[in-house]
Design a protein around this ligand. Structure first.
Ligand SMILES: *Cc1c(COP(=O)(O)O)cnc(C)c1O
Length: 396
């Protein structure tokens, strides 16, 4: 007889998302309700391969939500970024520019392709790539005769970067923009356009910790039919359209499985509600903590609406009484997971030799930034407990 699988804390049970004794996690997956039926339908129709109706339907649904004309579902957000770097023609020795404040996956595939990353500082409002600095650095790079092959701004923690300004700066020099919108499903920028719209390519993630998930997966999206068709071909081992296996180049197994696409299809309809809920979580942290001296939050620029994937608390140790590590340890002792904000890439040992422009803002945000539990399945009582634990750290 088959032994049932053990229930993973926060991963299987629909409501609440975890047994009450388990630690409160940063951003556990949150079931929407229809996942099991969707997976059953897909299996019963005989689809196990990364082909068939579920991935195609998932692509259409992502297109409908994001307003992007061409969508390729991928095995991960990182795979989408890798395909994007390939179709934009990144080669060994090329430069790829990214904000200093981001997750390593934004540039990892390009580095593995032999490109050199250059890290530019971020603006304090929204923590995203500084378009003014970018414009200056592009002018300098043009004078050096070494423009980047691609600029990769990031919608950090679900806050859209100033994509219009970034694209305008890059257009001047004919440099393509690929937006890392991995954490930004449901976030909008100027004119209510979805995150990533306006970039040549945008990458999304449906990893288990994101606002909606497929249990792993991603998407590459844009308007350029030729680029997306090329990415699709590379995602399927670069097979040429012949009966035998013919390859003019090499590719990857980067398609999204039907099973995961089915999960993603059940999650996407919940996106708007999930954004509203994450924004409520953020608002409750602000209401519960903003009166304490030395605490702050990422400000939302007037032109964009963040999905508030993770609430990031800023701790100024002198007025508050302890630093972000003190808060993190106090939360851990209380059974609550939290995590320092991304350690900037220009400070990472892996990129010790990478060129950079600025970086002081990103470094300061890392010193003070702490990601708080922000899951949509978190109860108000749980969040009140987090707030109490943080309040107890304040200077008496
Ligand atoms: C999650 C994330 C990624 C990677 O997505 P995966 O699906 O985990 O590969 C890339 N960039 C950012 C900013 C992310 O938050």
């Amino acid at each position: 007889m088959a032994t049932p699988l053990p229930a993973a804390a926060g991963a299987i049970l629909p409501f609440p998302t975890r047994p009450s004794a388990a630690p409160l996690l940063l951003s556990p997956p949150h079931l929407a309700g229809g996942e099991a039926e969707r997976v059953r339908e897909t299996l019963e129709a005989g689809w196990l391969a990364p082909a068939g109706p579920a991935p195609a339907a998932f692509e259409a649904a992502i297109g409908a939500v994001t307003g992007m004309g061409e969508v390729l579902a991928t095995a991960s957000g990182t795979a989408a970024l890798h395909l994007g770097y390939r179709v934009l023609g990144v080669e060994p020795g090329d430069e790829v520019w990214a904000p200093a404040m981001t997750f390593v996956a934004s540039v990892a595939p390009a580095v593995q392709m032999g490109a050199t990353p250059r890290f530019l500082d971020v603006v304090e409002t929204g923590w995203t790539l500084d378009p003014g600095l970018l414009a200056e650095e592009l002018s300098k790079a043009a004078r050096r005769g070494r423009l980047p092959r691609v600029v990769v701004p990031v919608d950090l923690y679900g806050q859209c970067c100033d994509l219009d300004a970034i694209v305008a700066a890059c257009d001047r020099w004919g440099v393509p923009v690929m937006c890392d919108s991995a954490a930004a499903m449901g976030a909008t920028q100027r004119g209510g356009r979805h995150a990533g719209q306006g970039a040549r390519l945008a990458a999304f993630s449906f990893n288990g910790n994101k606002i909606v998930t497929a249990g792993g997966g991603g998407a590459l999206a844009g308007e350029d039919t030729r680029l997306l068709a090329r990415a699709r071909q590379l995602a399927g081992q670069a097979k040429e359209p012949w009966p035998h296996y013919e390859h003019e180049t090499t590719g990857y197994t980067y398609g999204l499985s039907s099973i995961l696409a089915a999960v993603g299809l059940a999650q996407l309809p919940a996106l708007a509600a999930r954004v509203a809920r994450r924004r409520d979580v953020f608002a409750r942290y602000v209401a519960g903590l903003a009166d304490l001296p030395g605490l702050g939050f990422i400000a939302e620029p007037a032109w964009g609406r963040a999905n508030r994937w993770l609430t990031v608390l800023l701790v100024d140790p002198a007025p508050f009484g302890t630093d972000r590590e003190g808060v993190r340890r106090a939360l851990l002792a209380g059974g609550v997971e939290s995590r320092p904000a991304w350690k900037p890439l220009h400070l990472q040992p892996a990129f010790r030799d990478a060129p950079q422009a600025g970086g002081a803002t990103a470094a300061a945000l890392f010193e003070r930034g702490l990601c708080l539990p922000s899951g949509t399945g978190m109860t108000e009582a749980d969040q009140a407990r987090v707030i109490d634990l943080i309040r107890a750290c304040a200077r008496a």
